[in-house]
Design a protein around this ligand. Structure first.
Ligand SMILES: *Cc1c(COP(=O)(O)O)cnc(C)c1O
Length: 383
């Protein structure tokens, strides 16, 4: 079954009672009742499936978890209160007794998780170059990379990273937030766990903070146990909103990916644009990886370099309806300026090493009509 079809139907079977509405209800209850002692003992002891207290589980979380597992081709899935909660639970489940090795080019929240949270707790954290799988350090139990990086859309060779991690006795965790299972399913290439900020493309409407993870039953159960224990499980309404958003995942991604490729092509020949970072273009350093992992396509995110920060400022101020919003994966096209927001903690030299300039602008491309997007971008670049 294609991912578009799964996105529309997956998770439905998790609802077993009658009557069964086509659209799931919101189980907005913190607790579930039992008719007798035996049933209460069975459910709380894990002898039979069911719900007791909503931090431990509820139907809206289970429906979303089942849908994410189906989309990622996983044996099991879990839902978290945020992407960060999902990443922490995945790393704790994957590391065993070992340390954590994190790709240098990664979401700022993941860097903060390692430096300010896991390291002080005594978990050994190190950083490595994800474009050189052999640089994964020995002693790591879990390795965290992104299938597609922020903001320049660098791609990971997931199979090579999984192989190098496994040779060192480590498990590979892939943050698939940017690429999504529409473009790549990392578990099929050897990853052990996939994590998502479901806040972004999976839910797609900028109205929830939510996370998800998927992988083998054993690893997901370990991650779920952490989520339940440290209380990073999702609210029923948030899980319901995310599943509702996920129903249109296939058509949203198809349009956004196509729009991004058209914008990339348009910008590549614009005299004011110094460089376009998008894997659909022959000039992108990971064009070969895009062929291998993304069926030749690029993600729904792209970045481009204007001459300097003043030019980026002018671009933003001239736009009529593409808004500056520091997130991504929404139905609306939104933008941000990495050097002054998402990557502001980096020094000028670190920015230069990653290839982010003061004139770099990142677009998260939405589902608007391509001709309107191109006209809006030309408005921003005019004058
Ligand atoms: C947004 C994001 C996160 C964090 O997710 P939250 O839902 O904000 O907790 C993690 N990884 C990537 C790649 C992201 O874009």
């Amino acid at each position: 079954m294609q991912s578009d079809t799964m996105a529309v139907h997956a998770g439905f079977e998790a609802l077993s009672e009658t009557p069964r509405p086509l659209t799931p209800p919101i189980y907005q209850s913190s607790v579930f009742v039992f008719d007798d002692l035996a049933r209460a003992a069975d459910v709380t002891g894990g002898a039979s499936p069911g719900y007791s207290y909503a931090r431990i589980g509820h139907p809206n979380a289970d429906m979303l978890s089942a849908a994410v597992a189906a989309l990622e081709g996983a044996g099991a899935g879990a839902t978290a209160a945020s992407g960060m909660g999902a990443i922490l639970a995945a790393l704790l489940a994957a590391r065993g007794e070992g340390g954590i090795a994190i790709a240098r080019e990664i979401y700022g929240g993941s860097v903060a998780l390692a430096r300010s949270f896991l390291s002080p707790l005594g978990v050994e954290c190190s950083f490595f170059d994800s474009h050189d799988p052999q640089s994964i350090p020995e002693g790591a139990g879990a390795v965290l990379v992104e299938s597609c990086s922020n903001p320049l859309g660098r791609l990971s060779d997931v199979a090579a990273l999984a192989d190098a991690a496994h040779r060192r006795g480590a498990r590979l965790v892939v943050d698939n937030t940017f690429a999504t299972p529409y473009l790549v399913r990392p578990l099929e290439h050897g990853a052990d766990l996939v994590v998502h900020s479901a806040t972004k493309f999976l839910s797609g409407h900028g109205d929830v903070i939510l996370g998800a993870l998927a992988g083998s039953e054993e690893l997901v159960a370990a991650a779920q146990s952490s989520l339940t224990t440290f209380g990073a499980t999702p609210d029923p309404f948030a899980a319901w909103l995310a599943l509702r958003g996920l129903r249109t995942f296939g058509v949203r991604m198809e349009r956004a990916v196509e729009n991004a490729a058209q914008i990339a092509k348009h910008l590549a020949s614009h005299p004011k644009v110094r460089k376009v970072h998008h894997a659909s273009l022959g000039t992108h350093p990971d064009r070969a990886l895009a062929e291998r992992y993304f069926a030749g396509r690029g993600p729904a995110i792209l970045a481009f370099d204007l001459a300097d920060e003043a030019q980026a400022e002018k671009f933003v101020s001239r736009l009529a309806w593409i808004r500056y919003a520091p997130s991504l994966g929404d139905v609306a096209t939104i933008l941000l300026h990495p050097a002054t927001t998402s990557h502001r903690q980096l020094s000028a030299q670190e920015l230069a090493e990653l290839g982010i300039t003061p004139g770099t602008v990142r677009l998260s491309v939405g589902i608007e009509a391509a001709q309107d997007l191109l006209a809006e971008i030309d408005r921003g670049l005019a004058g």
